[in-house]
Design a protein around this ligand. Structure first.
Ligand code: PLP
Ligand code: COI
Length: 339
């Protein structure tokens, strides 16, 4: 292959050597299969195409200074994929099999795990889709699990530099009692119009409000939200946001650094009192927010004027990265070293 310029990678797709697949037929999951094809051949009436029976995950593998490859919290992604499957009536993929598939696909594509210190990582994308044909609205009886990998750089162009986001009340990514808490493609389809509008206006992302009252902060299109004030890490408690594994990890790290952790409703106006604000997620890692423009109320909440991340965001970022790469011990058992 042509040499990859690891430090210049963006968050995009690159062909790798193999993907791993598994089929659910006659009420049971089969064996893991290895494929070198980037293509799928599926039925024209497959439920994933018509009725959105599709859920996905995102996790990362990192290469350490010691050359070893570490995967971050894959059991959590396996469990969340099961929750997503229950949410849209798909067959649940066993967590142990999920972990086996992840280990296998990373091993098979080990030459694509970016070198230590490059700032890049190997993004792992598991996918579960309804394959069976239906024309009436009903769940499929056949499913496919698939996992591919691709080396990636930062999700937001800014990387670990503060970026602006906006609030627009005219759009929701999920309904109040809808699919916001699970990782299904429909949520992302629903975010595309607002996302494009935000980008056209120079924003990295939309910060959605709760879809019922439009009073509280929910999350960003591809990431959770947190703020820092008075030695507290504050993140929205909401039943229309994705339970982010990165956010859960940061809450633990914040607690162990001596911060208070508050998971609760955050009114939009409370933004005025925050000292730092950021997005967090597998792809976003921690992306500090420079300012939040409320486009309906014509108000701006500014967190960084000098283009630098706030001190707590920086501390959390360094701690998380060090555990992921193996620079620091992992007292939480979050990391799986691939043998
Ligand atoms: N929220 C949304 C809508 C996401 O798509 C993601 C990405 O997975 C997250 C939050 C962050 O979740 P995690 O930290 O588990 O990647
Ligand atoms: C992730 O952080 O893994 C995501 O899924 C966000 C986005 C790429 C959809």
């Amino acid at each position: 292959m042509d040499a990859i310029n690891w430090s210049e990678l963006s968050f995009g797709y690159m062909k790798t050597d193999y993907n791993v697949r598994c089929y659910y037929r006659d009420g049971k999951w089969g064996e893991l299969e290895v494929s070198s094809s980037e293509l799928l051949t599926i039925h024209i009436a497959a439920t994933c195409l018509h009725y959105g029976q599709e859920a996905f995950e995102g996790l990362k593998a990192f290469r350490g200074k010691d050359g070893q490859v570490r995967v971050f919290r894959m059991d959590e992604n396996g469990k969340r994929l099961q929750a997503s499957s229950r949410g849209i009536v798909m067959a649940e993929f066993p967590v142990e099999k999920f972990e086996e598939a992840v280990r296998k696909v990373v091993k098979l594509n080990e030459r694509f795990v970016p070198p230590y210190g490059s700032g890049a990582s190997l993004y792992i994308r598991p996918l579960l889709i309804g394959l069976g044909a239906q024309v009436g609205v009903a769940p499929a009886s056949e499913y496919m699990f698939l996992v591919f990998v691709t080396p990636v750089g930062p999700y937001f162009k800014s990387g670990f530099k503060p970026a602006p986001v906006c609030i627009m009340r005219g759009y929701d990514r999920a309904a109040p009692l809808g699919t916001g808490t699970i990782k299904v493609g429909g949520n992302y389809a629903a975010s595309l119009v607002a996302g494009r509008k935000a980008q056209e206006n120079g924003y990295a992302a939309v910060l959605y409000l709760d879809p019922k009252e439009k009073k509280y902060l929910d999350e960003c299109g591809p990431a959770n939200f947190f703020g820092i004030k008075d030695n507290s890490y504050i993140t929205p408690g909401s039943n229309s946001i994705l339970p982010s594994i990165t956010n859960k990890s940061l809450q633990q790290l914040a607690k162990d650094m001596g911060l208070n952790v508050e998971r609760r409703s955050i009114e939009v106006e409370e933004l005025a009192t925050l000292e730092e604000a950021a997005e967090c997620g597998t792809a976003a890692v921690i992306t500090p927010i420079s300012q939040i423009d409320d486009l309906d109320e014509h108000k701006s909440y500014v967190f960084s004027k000098d283009g630098k991340p706030g001190p707590i965001c920086e501390k959390l970022y360094n701690k998380l990265k060090s555990i992921q790469c193996g620079d620091e011990p992992d007292p939480y058992g979050w990391v799986t070293i691939l043998q």
